[in-house]
Design a protein around this ligand. Structure first.
Ligand code: BJ8
Length: 428
């Protein structure tokens, strides 16, 4: 791939030497973690191809769009309203932020005791190895957690960064009205950056486009509820990660094709692990590419991860945008309603998330929950107390793992998950 795309990466101002190191490491990790899995669905071929070209062909596609005058908008959070971006004939992509590779670069500037996701994304911008960053005309941040909010100020020195102010009590009338005004301001910003006006018709089409993507991901998720699950948790996670990078229409069609195969596997009783394998939910901080650590470990010791209660998971696709009218205001209110329901731990109170975890535990017939917190993420860490209480009341065990992107604690995590599975199996 390197030679084919070298000129493109050069034009994007990337550090070719460091980028080469990154790609080598990623290729090896993908081979050992993902490609080595047994009995994968055939239709995973497409997603393997996307990963193999994630810094190549996909970046070329984005830059071909830019050459046609379209804009690429980068984001980190599912609160960035992609419907408004697509309604302005533009594309939204998730930015790099899931690898340890860029953390030392960030630590030369930022405090070390910061969430690895934040350090990773900032490091990727500094070291110029993320082609998504280099291809973004605008980055959209949001005032969710304090760490991100402050790092966006520094990021703005390197790439134009627009920060959405999200209400921290989104369920209140004031919160919803506040968010409606923020959405209007964001619409104006996107119109200014793209030079395109967002009409009701364009916004309606964009809502339908993204709703179809969310529906395909929900269909995939529902299929994982089968026993045995027809696809590994790692592949399920991977598809959710790719959803933030790939072309929306093509991705939706490919997920639906995969689901047809999984449907057949479910009917034939074909799974990736035995029916008795403990079924785990992973709940907590989001896992961006290539954060496959906990899934890989859990599935290597005999569990199946069947659902991610995460922004790279159920929080993204659970609710569609459901307009009650056709006017621009009706459509923006529908976006307001949908996004206000995203149960991020940055908000308070966040009972919606507890209810969702309880409902998912039933739907997926869960045996135990791994509560996953990125180091120094206070919001998810503290909210774990309430989640554990709620699960305990349902008789479900929870294992809390607080970790970063490095592999130094992998053996320790493995031992802890093995002990957790023994507890679960002792109960079965
Ligand atoms: S809607 S979860 S994607 S903010 S960066 S909060 S891990 S300390 S990512 Fe998130 Fe949007 Fe919420 Fe979802 Fe913690 Fe790290 Fe902050 Fe993080």
């Amino acid at each position: 791939m390197a030679e084919k795309y070298e000129q493109m990466w050069k034009n994007l101002g990337m550090d070719l030497e460091r980028h080469g190191q990154l790609l080598n490491g990623l290729g090896q990790y993908y081979g050992s973690a993902v490609m080595s899995q047994k009995n994968r669905p055939k239709k995973m071929d497409y997603f393997d191809f996307v990963v193999s070209e994630v810094h190549g062909l996909r970046i070329k596609e984005l830059n071909d769009l830019r050459a046609q005058g379209k804009k690429v908008i980068g984001a980190f959070c599912i609160y960035a309203p992609e419907e408004l971006v697509y309604a302005a004939d533009s594309t939204m992509v998730g930015l790099c932020g899931g690898a340890d590779f860029s953390v030392p670069d960030a630590e030369a500037v930022l405090p070390r005791n910061l969430c690895p996701l934040i350090k990773s994304f900032y490091g990727f911008k500094i070291n110029r190895t993320c082609p998504y960053f280099q291809s973004s005309d605008l980055v959209v941040g949001e005032t969710t957690c304090d760490g991100k909010k402050k790092v966006y100020e520094l990021l703005n020195e390197l790439v134009p960064t627009y920060v959405l102010e999200v209400p921290h009590k989104p369920d209140t009338k004031q919160g919803k009205e506040f968010w409606f005004n923020e959405l209007q301001a964001f619409k104006a910003k996107i119109e200014e950056v793209t030079g395109n006006q967002i009409t009701p018709q364009k916004l309606k089409q964009a809502i339908e486009l993204i709703n179809a993507k969310r529906a395909a991901l929900k269909r995939l998720s529902d299929l994982r509820a089968a026993s045995p699950s027809p696809i590994s948790g790692l592949d399920g996670l991977l598809i959710n990660q790719i959803s933030f990078m790939d072309d929306v229409k093509r991705f939706t069609a490919k997920v639906n094709e995969l689901c047809d195969e999984l449907d057949q596997r479910r009917n034939d009783g074909v799974g990736v692990a035995s029916k008795d394998a403990p079924r785990l939910m992973i709940s907590g901080s989001p896992m961006a590419v290539p954060n496959w650590k906990v899934h890989t470990i859990a599935e290597s010791v005999g569990a199946t991860v069947v659902v991610e209660e995460s922004c790279v998971g159920t929080r993204y696709f659970t609710d569609p945008v459901e307009p009650k009218g056709e006017s621009l205001n009706d459509l923006i209110w529908a976006i307001d309603e949908k996004y206000s329901k995203i149960p991020c731990a940055c908000f308070t109170p966040n009972d919606r998330r507890i209810d969702s975890i309880k409902q998912l535990a039933k739907q997926f017939n869960i045996d135990g929950v791994i509560y996953y917190t990125l180091q120094n993420c206070h919001d998810y860490n503290v909210e774990g107390v309430k989640v554990e209480r709620a699960l305990k009341a349902q008789g479900l065990p929870m294992l809390k793992i607080e970790t970063d992107y490095a592999t130094g604690d992998s053996e320790q995590i493995k031992t802890r998950i093995q002990a957790f599975l023994e507890i679960i199996q002792g109960k079965q």
